[in-house]
Design a protein around this ligand. Structure first.
Ligand SMILES: NC(=O)c1ccc[n+]([C@@H]2O[C@H](COP(=O)([O-])OP(=O)(O)OC[C@H]3O[C@@H](n4cnc5c(N)ncnc54)[C@H](OP(=O)(O)O)[C@@H]3O)[C@@H](O)[C@H]2O)c1
Length: 162
């Protein structure tokens, strides 16, 4: 499976259960990468969406410890292992871990590729993605051109497991 994330310069991903940045082209990139695919997320991330509703045109799998947790249009699983089991019959490139921090950490060992939108600015955050540059089993394989939105510079990067 793959992961997709937008990070600040210091690998921050969120604050107060919201994203740090809103970059339309990054939203579009996310939509294009995940459209028609299976996405895996934590309960907090689901609840950070408008009305706590699942994302359209995708199979939404949500991890929660709560046994009785149900949301329309969502498949609830109760552990990272169960998320892996639920997606074991799907090609790797059709399953995306989409956050948040807790779920990225739990699912990273199962991921072979991470699409990282790097925003070239430090930001105050309370949730982080593991720093892939400091992890010997991850390698930056592609670094896109630097783009800009309202003064925020960012680029689309890809890391692969070595
Ligand atoms: N920048 C980005 O690309 C990006 C993407 C997604 C999210 N985010 C941000 O990340 C933040 C949310 O991240 P988060 O770490 O607070 O929450 P999260 O990972 O979205 O969800 C955490 C919840 O998932 C469940 N969970 C996680 N690990 C589990 C495990 N091993 N077993 C069973 N259940 C497990 C638990 O739900 P229960 O409490 O129900 O048991 C846990 O409370 C927000 O600020 C959001 O905006 C950023």
């Amino acid at each position: 499976m793959y992961a997709i994330v937008a990070v600040s310069k210091n690998w921050g991903i969120g604050k107060d259960n919201a994203l740090l940045f809103s970059i339309p082209e990054d939203m579009k990139y996310f939509r294009e990468k995940t459209a028609g695919k299976t996405i895996i997320m934590g309960r907090n991330t689901l609840e950070s969406f408008p009305n706590g509703a699942p994302l359209k045109n995708r199979r939404n799998i949500v991890i929660s410890t709560h046994e009785n947790y149900t949301v329309e249009g969502v498949e609830v699983v109760h552990s990272p292992a169960q998320a892996v089991e639920f997606t074991s019959d799907i090609p790797s490139e059709e399953v995306f871990v989409i956050g948040g921090s807790e779920v990225y950490r739990a699912m990273l060992p199962f991921c072979e590729k991470v699409f990282v939108t790097k925003v070239l600015k430090a930001a105050e955050a309370d949730r982080y993605f593991p720093d892939l540059d400091s992890m010997p089993d991850w390698k930056l394989v592609s670094e896109g051109e630097i783009k800009e939105h309202e003064g925020l510079r960012y680029c689309f990067c890809v890391y692969e497991r070595v």
